[in-house]
Write a protein that binds this ligand. Structure first.
Ligand SMILES: Nc1nc2c(ncn2[C@@H]2O[C@H](COP(=O)(O)OP(=O)(O)OP(=O)(O)O)[C@@H](O)[C@H]2O)c(=O)[nH]1
Ligand SMILES: [Mg+2]
Length: 357
């Protein structure tokens, strides 16, 4: 690798487990005294995921307001900043979960234009095991089209959340993935029991570079698939004598879940941060999960609630519905709050900086 920073892209659909895995990789590398930097990415700003990484003491930069492919110079700018700050051996980059065509728009441009600076690893794409079980990769639906293309262009496929699946199911899903993409290596992984983690680390630490050709994608369908999602980011501030962050987040997510059909909830996540606590809770479909706790689950004093939701909905309606959810739950808990910021939109048509063949 001699002097080059290893650039690792970890893609996959919303909620597949990218941030969870990247955090594990970072913890492992830091325990081995290896230098690592992370770049998060989103269509909006003020990300639950950036906070999640930052509170764990990891060097993180954010490319907000658009994906890596449409904001390629920003990706490079942030990567150069990380290199300038701490000369990391590895930079792990998490593209937006609704992004695809990453070989043509990110991996190949990195290799072609920045090959002297970075050794770009084979594209890793996470596949949410339970979602693959549910046929969420059916190409007849817009979301399925996007998920399938992400799987087709992967160089390494990681089937995630295997702890939620039976052994027979895992075998069937691996065959299914092999049919979708016969060329990719497949790793089964669980963040709960660490199955497969060593294999992922081997791919990252190897000196193999990205080498596959782009897979054709219909940009009209891709744009429609992204545009059906409402994309909400909001930040709320409050002061409290004490609260259970799990309870507060779950009440909000449960309230939200009652308003939408499970198949339309790509990923809603809430981070609650106070001086003594940081928690992240997710809702994907109708599954709730605890992303992590740093410090205590019990917060007090000045606190911040960060709400990100990607749900199939018209944006204004989604914004109104989340504001209503926050209001109802805070009222029930008797907590006064102010809204610092919120924003809701549908991603525009992808317009990549580069698109190499
Ligand atoms: N049971 C189980 N849950 C997991 C696993 N990996 C991730 N999760 C949970 O899935 C939820 C979503 O994980 P994230 O890491 O936030 O997913 P993401 O791909 O970064 O999502 P976006 O940033 O929205 O695209 C979190 O609550 C995680 O705790 C796993 O292997 N097993
Ligand atoms: Mg994430």
């Amino acid at each position: 690798m001699a002097g080059k920073t290893r650039m690792v892209l970890i893609g996959g659909f919303l909620g597949a487990g990218k941030t969870t895995l990247i955090n594990k990789i970072a913890q492992q590398m830091m325990s081995e005294k290896r230098r690592i930097g992370i770049i998060t990415n989103d269509q909006g700003q003020l990300l639950v995921d950036t906070e999640f990484i930052k509170v764990r003491g990891i060097d993180v930069e954010e490319v907000p307001g658009g994906c890596f492919c449409c904001n390629f110079p920003k990706l490079i700018e942030n990567a150069e900043r990380l290199v300038g700050n701490a000369a990391p051996e590895y930079i792990i980059a998490e593209p937006v979960g609704s992004c695809t065509d990453l070989i043509a728009t990110v991996a190949l441009p990195l290799k072609k234009f920045y090959g002297e600076m970075f050794s770009t690893a084979p594209l890793i794409v996470l596949i949410d095991g339970p979602k693959l079980m549910e046929n969420a990769f059916d190409k007849d639906t817009l979301g399925g089209y996007l998920r399938s293309h992400q799987a087709e262009e992967a160089e390494v496929l990681v089937l995630t959340k295997t702890d939620l699946l039976g052994a027979d199911d895992v075998d069937a899903l691996v065959s299914k993935l092999r049919n979708i993409n016969p060329d990719a290596g497949i790793i089964c992984y669980s963040a709960v029991n660490d199955e497969g983690f060593d294999k992922i680390m081997k791919v990252i630490a190897s000196d193999k570079v990205t080498g596959r050709r782009p897979v054709d994608v219909d940009y009209d369908k891709y744009a429609d698939a992204e545009a059906e999602l409402g994309w909400y980011n909001g930040v709320f501030l409050f002061d409290s004598k004490g609260y259970d962050a799990y309870d507060l987040s779950m009440m909000m997510l449960r309230n939200l879940a009652e308003k939408y059909s499970a198949k339309d909830i790509a990923h809603a996540k809430i981070a609650l941060t106070s001086a003594s606590s940081h928690t992240k809770i997710s809702l994907i479909g109708n599954e709730f999960s605890i992303g992590g706790v740093q410090g205590s689950r019990f917060g007090k004093g000045e606190s911040q609630l960060n709400f990100n939701a990607r749900i199939v909905s018209e944006p204004d309606a989604l914004r109104a519905s989340i504001r209503d959810t926050v209001k109802k739950v805070m009222l029930a808990k008797n907590i006064a709050y102010t809204m610092k910021f919120d924003d809701c939109f549908s991603p525009g048509r992808p317009n990549p900086t580069h698109r190499l063949k």
